[in-house]
Design a protein around this ligand. Structure first.
Ligand code: ZN
Length: 418
């Protein structure tokens, strides 16, 4: 049987160096936009509505006519040209909320190449009410589509990484702050993400939260106008860039005022053995074992430092549940720099194979699906005229083919980690 796969040069996901006809951005974390600049002109860029809303603040001067919003839960159809044969081919894509950071989506692709699911970074919290919609979208889409290759966020694809839902971890953070009256609190965050945690803290403790000026701008774009401030006199809780967060900093702060640091992360933060040189104590994400201890759960890893397992990535059991739901023919991890990198196939190979499709689902394959047609003059030329956010559904396509043959598909590898 001839293996069918997506050709190189058709689309790229979170990859900006190669030549493709359409580029897809899962979310705005820096490790997914490396190579993307304000002067980008390689081709059309597709993303979620919220990512597009935030985009100009990250890439000022970007040619916004290249940016196209794709609504979640809907199939969007675009015509591309096969680089090898020169013939026209139709690709359909559905974004699905990834519950990672604001605007983050997965992309489900289907076409002559088969069906591919690219998760980007994602958190799959089964009990989370807000994740139910994404689950329903995915389940509905999978009724008619067997995923050939799953490109999976494998950041924590190791049984050692188990952590609670984010709301539970958020309560743990509030408890820590509550138990330190009179202390200043600093919390390490990225330039995007963990807003829900900060809002929870603000609600529970009835306090504003300090953020740095660029972060305040992002908060305003996200619609948070009253909770955050850049005035230190208004609050003792400060969210600071994660990279500026260190035990040295905490030691210095404590010479002026009692201060604790809270790092919300599912990452395997480790305290390096300092062998009596406590002044050089530091946190790292090193991979060595023996002299280092993997910290899980809430851990007071230093006199002034707490690690709370609040993560925007799925823990191992959530990844497993996701793979059980998708049942791809094969899979590949997208994070190769993870400190515990193991190909997810090692753990979940037994879950791969043809997903059984019920008789009821066979009948459903003839149902109508709404597909938004993205009008383009040409995706392979330099000029592209793509209808943007105002585009309306212009066509209804009937899904008639249910691909059941075993095959492989290939997308450009992603080297993201977060
Ligand atoms: Zn990310």
């Amino acid at each position: 049987m001839k293996e069918r796969k997506m050709e190189n040069g058709l689309v790229s996901v979170d990859k900006w160096s190669e030549k493709s006809q359409a580029y897809f951005l899962t979310h705005l974390h820096a490790d997914h936009t490396q190579g993307l600049t304000s002067t980008w002109s390689k081709g059309p860029l597709f993303c979620s509505q919220l990512t597009a809303h935030l985009f100009p603040s990250r890439f000022p001067g970007f040619n916004l006519s290249l940016l196209t919003v794709l609504d979640t839960g809907l199939w969007h159809s675009m015509r591309l040209v096969s680089p090898s044969s020169g013939s026209q081919t139709t690709l359909q894509v559905m974004p699905i909320d990834a519950h990672h950071c604001p605007g983050a989506v997965m992309f489900l692709f289907r076409g002559d190449f088969g069906c591919l699911l690219f998760t980007g970074d994602f958190r799959w919290e089964a009990e989370c009410e807000s994740a139910k919609t994404a689950r329903e979208m995915l389940v509905d889409a999978l009724k008619d589509n067997a995923v050939d290759v799953l490109y999976l966020d494998n950041t924590y694809c190791n049984p050692a990484f188990e952590f609670p839902p984010r709301l539970v971890a958020a309560r743990q953070v509030v408890d820590i702050i509550d138990s330190h009256p009179g202390f200043d609190i600093i919390i390490g965050i990225d330039s995007l993400g963990k807003e829900d945690l900060l809002v929870h803290i603000s609600d529970m403790l009835e306090t504003k939260i300090w953020v740095w000026p660029e972060r305040l701008q992002t908060m305003h774009l996200l619609g948070f106008h009253d909770i955050f401030t850049t005035r230190t006199s208004l609050t003792s809780v400060r969210a600071v860039p994660r990279y500026s967060f260190s035990i040295d900093t905490l030691n210095q702060l404590n010479t002026m005022h009692p201060t604790i640091g809270i790092m919300p992360s599912g990452l395997p933060w480790m305290v390096k053995s300092t062998k009596g040189n406590s002044n050089k104590s530091q946190l790292s994400t090193g991979t060595e074992t023996g002299t280092e201890k993997i910290v899980r759960g809430v851990e007071r890893c230093h006199e002034y430092m707490y690690i709370v397992p609040y993560s925007d990535h799925s823990c191992f059991s959530e990844i497993k549940e996701f793979v059980e739901l998708v049942r791809p023919t094969s899979m590949k991890g997208i994070v190769s720099s993870s400190s515990s990198y193991v190909e997810p196939f090692y753990y979940f190979g037994g879950l791969c194979g043809e997903r059984p499709i019920s008789q009821n689902e066979h009948e459903n394959k003839e149902r109508d699906e709404r597909v938004i047609d993205i009008q383009t003059k040409s995706f392979c030329g330099i000029h592209n005229t793509i209808q943007s956010r105002s585009m309306k559904p212009v066509g209804v396509s009937r899904v008639t083919a249910l691909r059941r043959v075993s095959r492989g598909s290939k997308l450009a590898e992603n080297d993201s980690s977060d």
